[in-house]
Design a protein around this ligand. Structure first.
Ligand SMILES: [Zn+2]
Length: 355
């Protein structure tokens, strides 16, 4: 366990203020008695006379002594920022409710105007826009998963289908029916081959691999691809049409057989912002290691979204390369796997042996 860092002595603090030493930020704050303002050591504001300085261990202590935080160095920023994040999580949890600015501001212990400004600085949007964006994201997920627009609208907390359409149009820049028509106008090349984990389909857009799935028959695999990109032009390419794809399937097959590391191939991740953040996090789990769904949710800074994180894992369409097989249930059980628990087990076994 780490021991608490001792507060620097007064001479060190005086010298830190004189030199605006940013390394001392967070160790203490100083108040200036002539102005009643407190600052971080690195604050660029005009230096005060040493005899007018008072030192405090943190912003709370300075504030308790009657000093106000400096706006220039945002001397109260860390505390404020963590309060704002708590409120952002509250807004997400209560996304279906009508939340008023006054209530939220009182939770943050700020005036409504100041809360609105601080929230916007922290998250880039007002609390209301933040709530709407979060609802829209859930709405998109529901659409992807195939709910009808009406059902998705209700699930996402919109009162009526017409309001759902309006919001979708505003937040997504297009109508839901357009959003559902995945891949219109695109060329998707694909190849199907036998691997040590069974029949595998690999598909690539112009951006990179957009789908890697296992299945029992070529027909079933093709249908999976078609379901994901119903309006794209699907081009089989066992031949020279897409040499990169052929090389990628070979590299992945070599990896599955334990002959090489997970190949670092370009990925075209398609999903909601939340899903993509989960998948990107999965990419950081080292080979041979596993984490729990709880740790995954914490890892993307959404500790209460354990179930949503698990759902995002299940929605992963790029097998092996986006290693959702490295996420286990909290009790160490395998949990689920889109392509069957036997494959999950085999992958984990082989990675443990080769790492
Ligand atoms: Zn300052």
């Amino acid at each position: 366990m780490a021991t608490m860092e001792k507060a620097p002595d007064e001479r060190a603090m005086l010298s830190a203020v004189a030199t605006r030493d940013a390394r001392m930020d967070g160790r203490f704050v100083y108040g200036v008695i002539t102005t009643g303002i407190y600052c971080h050591p690195s604050c660029p504001s005009r230096p005060a006379r040493p005899e007018n300085l008072r030192f405090f261990t943190d912003a709370a202590a300075a504030s308790a002594a009657g000093f106000r935080a400096c706006r220039r160095c945002r001397a109260d920023a860390p505390a404020l920022s963590s309060r704002l994040h708590t409120i952002a999580r509250f807004i997400q949890a209560e996304a279906d409710e009508v939340l008023d600015l006054k209530t939220l501001a009182s939770l943050a212990e700020l005036s409504p105007a100041r809360f609105q400004r601080a929230f916007k600085t922290e998250f880039g949007s007002s609390p209301l826009a933040f709530q709407q964006a979060f609802r829209a994201e859930r709405f998109k997920t529901a659409l992807r998963e195939g709910s009808s627009v009406t059902a998705a609208g209700h699930g996402a907390g919109y009162g009526s289908p017409s309001r759902a359409h309006l919001h979708a149009k505003r937040s997504l820049g297009m109508m839901p029916s357009t959003f559902r028509s995945g891949g219109r106008g695109e060329h998707i090349h694909f190849a199907i081959r036998q691997t040590s984990l069974g029949l595998m389909i690999m598909a690539a857009s112009s951006q990179g691999l957009c789908l890697v799935e296992f299945g029992d028959t070529e027909e079933a695999l093709y249908q999976q691809l078609e379901a994901s990109f119903p309006n794209a032009e699907l081009l089989p390419s066992p031949q020279r049409a897409k040499p990169a794809l052929e090389a990628w399937t070979l590299a992945l097959e070599a990896h599955l057989r334990g002959w090489g590391p997970r190949p670092d191939l370009p990925l075209d991740l398609r999903g909601t912002a939340f899903q993509v953040s989960v998948w990107r996090f999965l990419l950081t789990i080292p080979c041979g290691e596993t984490i729990s769904y709880t740790a995954l949710a914490a890892g993307i800074d959404r500790p209460s979204a354990v179930r949503a994180a698990a759902t995002a894992c299940a929605a992963n369409k790029i097998a092996v390369l986006v290693p959702c097989h490295r996420v286990l249930r909290g009790d160490g059980q395998l949990g689920g796997y889109r392509w069957g628990l036997a494959r999950k087990q085999a992958l984990l076994h082989s990675e443990k042996a080769h790492s």
